[in-house]
Design a protein around this ligand. Structure first.
Ligand code: PLP
Length: 451
C-alpha cells in the first residue's frame, strides 16, 4: 500500500494488486481550484458539466485564480528582495494566460521569436522578457533587440558573437546573461534534466569566467546578469541550493575581475504535486535561498513555468469506447497523446478523476482497472495505465495537473484538431481558444501541380 496522508486524513492513493486508485475528493483537497459539490466537479464556481455543454471535449480548462495565486506566492516569498518573476511561456502560452500574468506584473521567459510575439500580443513588456534557448538565429535576435528585450540568456560563444554582430548592425547594445551549467543533478526525469555537464544547455562552470571576459571585450554587449536553469519538476530544494552556490562562486570570481552584474537568474524548475508527490513549497524554496541571495545585493530573477500553471488546469475528455479484454481493460477516450503527451513522453503519472462521483460512493468497490488511452495508432498513446475507476461510455473524466506542458505540446498527429481552451474565473467561463477545425489542418497545403 502506498499511502499519502493529507489534511483530511484520507489517503489520495491506494495501490492494489489490480491498479492505482486515486481518491478524487482527497486529490482535489490539494487542488485549490477544484472541488466536488453534490458529487459534481467544479472549477472555481463553474460546473464542469456546464463547460462540457458549452465547449465540448476534449477541452483544457484553466482557473484564473489558481494562476494568480501561485504567481503571487512567488512574489510574496521574495518580497524582501528586488525580484522579477519571468513566467516560462512554453509551459502554457495561451494569450489569455499570458495577459493575466502580464496584468499582474509578471515578466516572461521565452525560447523563440514566436513566444515573444505572443507575449507582446498579450500586453507584456519586452523589457521584462528574458530570451533563453540554445539556438537563437540572426532574425530572432534582431527582432528581440528591436523590440527592446530585457536580456538574452546566452548559451554559447558563437551565440555571443552573433548577438554582438546584430547589436552592432542595429547600433543598439544587447543586454546579456550567460547561462551557466552548474553541473548539478536535478534528480528529475533525464529528459527534463538540463544542468548536467553532458546536457546541451549552458556554458560550463569551468569556462564561464573566461567567456564573461570575452563578452566584456565585445563592443555591443552589455553584461547584465548570470543565469542557470537546472531542470524541471524538481521536488527537493537541495539541487537549487547547490546550483546557487556554484553561481555565487562565479559572481565573486567575476567581481575580482572587475565584472559587475545587476541580476542573478535562477531559472525555473520547481516541481508540483501531480498525484502524491511532495515538492517543496514556494515558501520553503524561498527560505532556503533568501539568506544567500540577500548577501549578493543583486536583483533576483526566476523563470517558473510548470509550478505556476500545472495545477491551474485540467484536460476534460469523454469516454467513447470501453474495451475489456482478457488481460487489460481499455477505456478509449476522445483525448489522446496528441493532446497531452506527458504520459507517453516522460512516463508522467497524471491523476484521472470523474467529473461526477459514482453514486455508490468513494473507494475501490465497484471499480475496475482501466488503461485510459486515445484513439491514435500508437501503443504509446496512453494517458494513464491501470487506474481503478468505475466507468461508463459517455462519462467525462478530468486529467488534473494539465495546465503546464499540455496544450503547448499538443500536435495534429493522425489529423486530429487541437482541443479548445477555456478560462474560468469565479462563476464565469470564457473560450480562450477555439477548437481547431479539420479544414484548418490542411488549409495551407497545396495539391501537387506537376506531373
Ligand atoms: C523550461 C524552462 C523553464 C521553466 O521550467 P519549469 O520547470 O516549467 O518551471 C525556465 N527556464 C528555462 C530556460 C527553461 O527552458
Amino acid at each position: 500500500m502506498s499511502h499519502s496522508e493529507q489534511q483530511t486524513g484520507e489517503s489520495v492513493t491506494i495501490q492494489t494488486d489490480q491498479g492505482l486508485y486515486v481518491n478524487p475528493q482527497a486529490l482535489t483537497a490539494h487542488l485549490p481550484a477544484l472541488d466536488y459539490h453534490d458529487g459534481a466537479l467544479y472549477m472555481e464556481q463553474v460546473s464542469i458539466a456546464d463547460v462540457v455543454k458549452h465547449y465540448g471535449t476534449p477541452c483544457y480548462v484553466y482557473s484564473k485564480q489558481a494562476i494568480l495565486d501561485v504567481y503571487q506566492a512567488y512574489s510574496d516569498s521574495f518580497a524582501s528582495l528586488t525580484h522579477q518573476i519571468c513566467y516560462a511561456v512554453k509551459a502554457n502560452s495561451n494569450l489569455a494566460v499570458l495577459g493575466i500574468l502580464a496584468q499582474a506584473g509578471a515578466g516572461f521567459d521565452i525560447v523563440s521569436r514566436g513566444e515573444l510575439m505572443r507575449v507582446l500580443a498579450a500586453g507584456g513588456e519586452a523589457a521584462r522578457v528574458v530570451f533563453s534557448g540554445v539556438g537563437k538565429t540572426y532574425s530572432d535576435i534582431e527582432y528581440a533587440l528591436t523590440q527592446g528585450i530585457g536580456c538574452f540568456n546566452v548559451e554559447s560563444i558563437s551565440e555571443l558573437t552573433l548577438i554582438n554582430d546584430v547589436a552592432q548592425k542595429l547600433d543598439k547594445p544587447a543586454p546579456i546573461s550567460l547561462r551557466v551549467n552548474p553541473n548539478v543533478d536535478a534528480k528529475t526525469h533525464p529528459y527534463i534534466s538540463t544542468g548536467l555537464k553532458d546536457n546541451k544547455f549552458g556554458i560550463t562552470h569551468e569556462d564561464a569566467v573566461a567567456v564573461y571576459e570575452q563578452a566584456a571585450q565585445l563592443s555591443h554587449i552589455d553584461i547584465v546578469g548570470i543565469d542557470c536553469h537546472i531542470g524541471s519538476q524538481l521536488t527537493e530544494v537541495a539541487p537549487f541550493v547547490a546550483a546557487l552556490d556554484k553561481v555565487v562562486e562565479l559572481i565573486h570570481n567575476l567581481r575580482d575581475k572587475g565584472i559587475e552584474l545587476r541580476h542573478i537568474d535562477l531559472g525555473g524548475g520547481l516541481g508540483v504535486r501531480y498525484i502524491d508527490e511532495t515538492p517543496v513549497s514556494i515558501d520553503e524554496f524561498a527560505q532556503a535561498l533568501l539568506p544567500k541571495l540577500s548577501e549578493l545585493g543583486l536583483t533576483v530573477f526566476f523563470e517558473p513555468g510548470r509550478s505556476i500553471v500545472a495545477n491551474a488546469g485540467i484536460l476534460l475528455t469523454k469516454v467513447d469506447v470501453l474495451k475489456p479484454t482478457e488481460h487489460k481493460n481499455f477505456a478509449i477516450v476522445d483525448a489522446a497523446m496528441n493532446d497531452l503527451i506527458r504520459p507517453a513522453l516522460y512516463q508522467a503519472e497524471m491523476a484521472v478523476i470523474p467529473s461526477v462521483l459514482p453514486e455508490n460512493g468513494i473507494g475501490t468497490d465497484g471499480t475496475q482497472p482501466w488503461d485510459i488511452v486515445g484513439a491514435i495508432c500508437e501503443t504509446g498513446d496512453f494517458l494513464a495505465k491501470d487506474r481503478l475507476l468505475s466507468l461508463a461510455v459517455g462519462d467525462v473524466l478530468a486529467i488534473t495537473g494539465a495546465g503546464a506542458y499540455g496544450f503547448t505540446m499538443s500536435s495534429n498527429y493522425n489529423s486530429r484538431p487541437r482541443a479548445s481552451e477555456v478560462m474560468v474565473a469565479d462563476d464565469s467561463h470564457q473560450l480562450i481558444r477555439k477548437r481547431e477545425t479539420i479544414e484548418a489542418l490542411y488549409a495551407d497545403e497545396v495539391l501537387w501541380q506537376g506531373k
